[in-house]
Design a protein around this ligand. Sequence first.
Ligand code: B12
Length: 308
Amino acid sequence: MPTPPPGFNIGAVERETGLSKDLLRMWERRYGFPRPARDPNGERQYSLDEVSKLRAIRRLMDIGMRPGKIIHQTLDELNALADTRSAVRKDEIAPPLERNLLDLLKNHDAAALQQLLAQLVMRQGLQQFVLESVTPLNRTVGDAWMRGELEVFEEHLYTEQVQVALRAAINAFPRTPSGVPRVLLTTFPNEQHGLGLLLVEALLVPEVVHCVSLGTQTPVEDIRRAAIAHKADILALSFSGAFPLRSAIDGLDMLRGLLPPHVTIWAGGEMTRRVRRTIPGIVLIPDLASTIQALRSWRAHRVPLNAA
Ligand code: B12
C-alpha cells in the first residue's frame, strides 16, 4: 500500500481548526468530508487542503453559519462566502490607515506597527485614538482574519501591539488612587477578548477615574470578592460577539444577585447588541462612545460609599 503523503493527525487538526476530534469523525460519517487517508497504523492523516477548508468552515460557523449548509462547498466558494459576510469587500478601497496596518501585519513588521500606533496616540490623544482609530482597526483586522487574509498569529500581533500602545498611553496619566468612581474591569470565564477592557480603561483614566483591571476570564464568585476587596463603585464587564448570549445573561443575573446594590454593573461589547430586553440592575453599553456618558450619569446620580 503506497504510503500516504505526510499529513496532519486528528490531534493536530483539532488544534489547528478548533474543531473537536468527535466532530471531525462525525462529519466524516455524515457528510463524507473530511475524508482523511490512513497511515500504516490506521491513524487518520488529513491533507493540508482539508485543513485549510476546515479552517474556512470554522470561521463561517463562528459567525453563525451551519456546517451542513456549507461543508460541500469548495475552499474558493467558502472564501467567497466569507467575503460577502465581512463588511469591507476586498475590492473596496479601505482607508489608507487600515491598508497600511494590514500591510505591516502581513509583512510582520512589528517595529513599524508599534511606531504607527504610538504616533497615532500622540497625534490624536488617547480618547480620540480609542474611538476613531482602534474601533475601526479592530473591525478591519477581524474581517481580514475572517476572509482568511490574516493568520491567527498576525491577529495576535495586532492585539499585542495595540495593547502595548494603549498601556503606555494609560500609564502616562498620573495614577489616581482617590479617583472616583473606582472601576473594576474584567471578563467572564471563556471570554478571551481583553481589548474591550483596555479601551474602556483608556477612556476613563483621562476622566480621573480609578481603574483596576483583572484582565480576562475571572470566575463569577471571584469577581464578587474582588469588587468587595477593591471597594468598587462600578464593575465593567466585556463580552465579544463570540460570547454566548444565554451564558452572559445568566452570569449577569447571578452577579447582580451576589453584589451589593451600590455596585453599578456595566456590560459592553458586541454581544450586548444582541440583548433584546433590559437586565434588571445591569447598565448595557454596546457602544464604546457611550462610556463617557455612562460615567457622567453615574457621577450625577451617585455618592460613592467611600467618598470623603
Ligand atoms: C483580537 C481578537 C481575538 C484575540 C483576542 C486576544 C486578546 N487578548 O484580546 C483572540 C485570538 C484570542 C481571539 C479569539 C477568538 N475570536 Co476574536 N477577535 C479579535 C478581534 C480581531 C479584535 C478586537 C477585539 O478583541 N474585539 C472584541 C471587542 C473589543 O470588540 P467589540 O466586542 O466589538 O466591543 C466594542 C464595544 O462594544 C466596546 N466594548 C467592548 N467591551 C466593552 C465593555 C464595556 C463596559 C463598554 C462600556 C464597552 C465595551 O469596545 C469595542 C470597540 O468599539 C475581533 C474583531 C472585531 N471586529 O472586534 C475578533 C472577533 C471578536 N473574534 C471573533 C471570534 C469568532 C473569535 C473565536 C471564536 C475564533 C476561534 N474560532 O477560535 C475566538 C474566541 C476566543 C474566546 N473564547 O474568547 C469574532 C466574533 C464574531 C461574532 N460572533 O460576532 C470577531 C468579531 C472576528 C470576526 N470578524 O469574525 N480573537
